[in-house]
Ligand binder design. Structure first.
Ligand code: GUN
Length: 286
């Protein structure tokens, strides 16, 4: 009888990563008197974004960082937001800048991301950082993809040579996670809404990363028995509960290891944001 999958505990992995970061921050403070500074900019009052920003602020304080949230009104103009970014770029005490997305519709998101100093772009979204990642160079890497790779490395002895299928081609998750899998020597396929016979493509995969934003989209009978499944989806269901992009209840009987939602990739995202803040601090002031 096949065993049910190992359930990957993202909450525990994130807590361990934050503890490690806390130790490093304390050592930096003891050595230099300096403290890494994380600045999050929130424009407007989207309820989900407010929750995320509060949580980023709180966890940054917990690891000993200097954490500042800049809450700006919805009607903030693009010019005013660009001026705020310029101030943060110029401030030496600011190591990491994150502009919470989505921005209100009257603001051009691309123009804002382009304005962030790439050395402080802890979201890894600036074209310079995206280009470095695509070129296989080191740099600041988007947080959710980084979290996915850290979880994979925890459960797989090596990623080299494995077939990885990423479902979704977004700038924030699908594309960067595919680049990181390639850096780890996987054979990578990026599937998307126009992929023919998605089930057959997914069935080849030793690693499946689902980042489509559709609840329970990935079916258990698409999976190769024993596959490692990373579910990036966070979908709010009509009953208020969260659901992933994978049909977890069925997939757990086929996969070798799988992340739950909630408690899988989600907690790793903020831990990786703190990791990136430390990386940015060390690169700028280390
Ligand atoms: N909104 C949802 N996820 C993210 C993220 O990873 N970064 C930013 N800046 N905004 C988000």
């Amino acid at each position: 009888m096949p065993q049910p999958a190992h359930i990957i505990d993202g909450k525990a992995a994130a807590a361990a990563l934050r503890a490690e970061i806390g130790t490093e921050v304390a050592a930096i403070r003891a050595r230099s008197g300096l403290v890494p500074g994380l600045h999050v900019v929130l424009v407007g009052d989207d309820p989900a974004s407010r929750v995320y920003v509060t949580s980023k602020e709180k966890l940054a304080v917990e690891v000993g960082m200097n954490s500042v949230a800049h809450r700006l009104p919805t009607e903030t103009s693009e010019a005013d937001l660009l001026a705020k970014i310029a101030d943060l770029n110029a401030d030496d005490a600011v190591d990491g800048i994150l502009v919470q997305l989505p921005l209100p519709k009257h603001i051009d998101t691309g123009a804002i991301i382009d304005a962030i100093d790439p050395a402080k772009d802890i979201d890894g979204l600036h074209p310079i950082n995206a280009g470095r990642l695509a070129g296989g160079k080191t740099g600041l890497v988007p947080c959710t993809p980084l979290g996915c790779i850290l979880l994979l490395k925890q459960v797989l002895p090596t990623l080299a040579g494995l077939e990885a299928v990423v479902i979704g081609r977004s700038e924030l998750v699908g594309r960067p996670v595919a680049q990181l899998l390639l850096q780890a020597d996987c054979t990578v396929t990026i599937a998307h809404s126009r992929t023919r016979d998605l089930a057959a493509v997914v069935r080849r995969a030793d690693i499946v990363v689902a980042a489509v934003g559709r609840p329970h989209f990935v079916q258990a009978d698409w999976l190769k028995p024993g596959a490692t499944v990373i579910d990036v989806g966070i979908n709010r269901m009509p009953d208020g509960k969260l659901a992933g992009d994978v049909d977890f209840a069925e997939a757990v009987e086929v996969a070798g290891a799988i992340t739950p939602v909630p408690g899988g990739v989600g907690p790793m995202t903020i831990a990786c944001l703190l990791r990136n803040t430390l990386t940015a601090f060390e690169a700028r002031r280390g």
